[in-house]
Design a binder for this molecule. Structure first.
Ligand SMILES: *[C@@H]1O[C@H](CO)[C@@H](O)[C@H](O)[C@H]1NC(C)=O
Ligand SMILES: *[C@@H]1O[C@H](CO)[C@@H](O)[C@H](O)[C@H]1NC(C)=O
Ligand SMILES: *[C@@H]1O[C@H](CO)[C@@H](O)[C@H](O)[C@H]1NC(C)=O
Ligand SMILES: *[C@@H]1O[C@H](CO)[C@@H](O)[C@H](O)[C@H]1NC(C)=O
Ligand SMILES: *[C@@H]1O[C@H](CO)[C@@H](O)[C@H](O)[C@H]1NC(C)=O
Length: 420
């Protein structure tokens, strides 16, 4: 090593010590990068070494503290993080999926109610979504975004008969499949129970496909997808009791299932996740991902307190499984992503196999091994997302307080052509 560079290193070392930088810190942590069509900020080396003294307050109760709120006084570049629409971690792959002119727009301000189950219907060019409690027990209309007009329009919608609290949705063979998450003996004059229903978006007619497990009520059919054989995979956490969208405390433990509507068979596929939430399959039909939102868990006792406050050290991970047993079961559960913000709620898989999951104030984009590539940052908690349009390069995010649109190069799976 030349004398000159030794000198440089020793003076850098001196700088580091005097500025309270641990050896190994490599400022700046963040810098503007990428196309100018939106605010793109690169985080260098995942900010894996921060200058002392840094601190991120834990999230608590209903208060989500995002990464950008980390206090890093000794690297002023970190203030760029909070302003980014797209926070880039893996620069090469992120810039590929962002493309030359990525955009982020919050298109609609909506209520603080949970907005879930976004389902794109190509034949109508409309995005259906749901509007959950609060208030609990009230039959609310669902919402529809008409993408044929520019700007898109938002309107309310009642199916026939109406369905209470769809919490997950997908599209298969011309029908919307809803995971209905609530019910009691009389919701808007009719009895409803958690289960699976279809909606024909051209006639508005709904049909119940599943509403019990050998006589027991499901807890909260939360999210679902339909595989190529027509079987419906769904998660059944306990949120509807925590949120009092049902009148009966859980009769079943939290679990995930595969339901074959051709035969009526319901098979449990996982009973180890505290609160299974988003569920999706990769395009090659070899893996299934299920998100765990156990960090938000409440009491399942009849007289217990309502709600499911956030627990900072609770479980909040995306698990990956391999398909086994002729595609009817899953094995080799392993965590691939520990959500750094809030809990991983809705989860979808892009056409290239990348995973997108709504986590607190944003959406994480992960490769199939759980490496964080880019994060979309929002000013509302995102529950779920769906791709829309002809080439499926536009993705809508639905959540508490906002409906937002992202235009980029990451394509969704074509659900309309996925049936066998
Ligand atoms: C680095 O941070 C510490 C603690 O916040 C502070 O006391 C110190 O002055 C900072 N140094 C600089 C150069 O900002
Ligand atoms: C949403 O509300 C905020 C605050 O009132 C306002 O600044 C913004 O323009 C609104 N956005 C839309 C899309 O209406
Ligand atoms: C069902 O929900 C309705 C609407 O909130 C409420 O009026 C009724 O008391 C509930 N019934 C039961 C049995 O919980
Ligand atoms: C279905 O509902 C939408 C929205 O309320 C309405 O515009 C449409 O005419 C309905 N279709 C049928 C076949 O009733
Ligand atoms: C939060 O979760 C941890 C497990 O990681 C558990 O030990 C603790 O009791 C929980 N706290 C509350 C308030 O439920």
């Amino acid at each position: 090593m030349a004398f000159k560079s030794l000198l440089l290193i020793s003076s850098l070392l001196h700088y580091a010590v005097s500025q309270n930088l641990p050896p190994g810190v490599n400022p700046p942590l963040a810098q503007s990068c990428g196309p100018s069509s939106s605010n793109v900020v690169c985080v260098n080396r995942y900010a894996s070494v921060m200058p002392y003294h840094f601190y991120r307050k834990p999230s608590e109760g209903t208060n989500d503290i995002p990464f950008a709120k980390t206090h890093v006084p000794n690297d002023t570049s970190f203030s760029l993080v909070g302003r980014a629409n797209f926070l880039v971690f893996d620069q090469q792959r992120a810039l590929e999926i962002l493309g030359s002119s990525p955009t982020y727009d919050k298109v609609f301000n909506v209520s603080e109610a949970v907005h879930e189950a976004p389902v794109y219907v190509p034949s109508l060019n409309k995005l259906f979504l749901s509007n959950l409690a609060p208030p609990a027990g009230v039959l609310k209309p669902q919402l529809v975004i008409d993408l044929n007009s520019d700007p898109p329009t938002l309107s309310e919608f009642f199916s026939d008969p109406p369905v209470y609290a769809p919490n997950g949705g997908t599209f298969h063979d011309g029908l919307i499949y809803w995971g209905a998450s609530g019910g009691n003996t009389s919701i808007g004059g009719i009895e409803q129970r958690p289960g699976i229903q279809t909606l024909d978006p051209h006639t508005n007619k709904t049909k119940v496909l599943l509403n019990n497990y050998f006589g027991f009520y499901f807890n909260t059919v939360d999210d679902l997808f339909v595989d190529k054989t027509g079987a419906i995979w769904f998660t059944d956490p306990q949120y509807s009791w925590f949120n009092r969208l049902v009148d009966t405390p859980p009769q079943l433990r939290s679990a995930s299932y595969r339901f074959d509507p051709k035969t009526g068979v319901v098979q449990v596929v996982d009973d180890t996740i505290v609160q299974p939430n988003g569920i999706a399959m990769d395009p090659e039909c070899k893996h299934i991902y299920i998100s765990e939102t156990g960090a938000e868990t409440g009491s399942i006792v009849a007289g217990g307190p309502p709600g499911s406050p956030f627990n900072q050290t609770g479980l909040r991970a995306v698990y990956k499984y391999d398909l086994t047993d002729g595609g009817t079961h899953i094995a080799n559960k392993r965590p691939i992503w520990y959500a750094q913000d809030w809990v991983p709620d809705g989860l979808k898989v892009a056409a290239n196999g990348y995973i997108v999951t709504g986590t607190g104030y944003g959406v994480d984009v992960l490769d199939p091994y759980g490496v964080l590539i880019v994060r979309i940052q929002t000013d509302f908690v995102v529950q779920n997302m769906a791709w829309v349009g002809d080439d499926l390069t536009e993705m809508w995010l639905t959540g508490q307080g906002g409906l937002a649109r992202v235009r980029w190069n990451l394509k969704g799976q074509d659900l309309a052509s996925s049936s066998s």
